[in-house]
Design a protein around this ligand. Structure first.
Ligand code: FES
Length: 145
């Protein structure tokens, strides 16, 4: 019998066929976040027009769950307003993927952080104050395996 994978079909789909991979050369905001424990790195590029995320691309050097959550988060924020994008939590991303194994939940936090970091960069480039708070470190109280 084939070994049961701990990942949902959706996770496997986004991992093997990630959406929106790449860079945006004239991005409005770029966010890079890293997981200091496992060394995984996620970079997110946003193109923003009139407070709407018109394009988003990412590059993730990391585990399968990190790739899948980055891919899913790009699909979730594309075409959304900044305010809507900020309501997307890592739990919502994991849910949209049909769930993640508990030891992999921290990987989804990386995707949420990359998005917020890119939005922060956008406000900085605009010379505007960042209108949201930092959520704290991704791995607080969590073990990265
Ligand atoms: Fe490092 Fe998933 S983000 S193991």
């Amino acid at each position: 019998m084939a070994e049961q994978l701990p990942y949902s079909e959706k996770v496997m789909d986004h991992f093997t066929n990630p959406r929106n991979v790449g860079e945006i050369p004239d991005a409005s905001g770029i966010g890079t976040v890293g997981n200091p424990v496992c060394g995984d790195v996620m970079k997110m590029y946003l193109k923003i027009e009139n407070e709407i995320i018109v394009d988003v691309k990412f590059k993730t050097f990391g585990c399968g769950a990190a790739v899948a959550t980055s891919s899913m988060v790009t699909e979730m924020v594309k075409g959304k307003s900044i305010a809507e994008a900020l309501t997307i939590t890592n739990n919502a991303v994991a849910e949209a993927l049909g769930g993640l194994p508990p030891v992999k939940m921290h990987c989804s936090v990386l995707a949420e952080e990359a998005l917020r970091s890119a939005l922060k960069d956008y406000y900085k480039k605009q010379g505007k104050p960042v209108p949201f708070e930092d959520k704290g470190h991704a791995h607080e109280g969590e073990t990265c395996l």
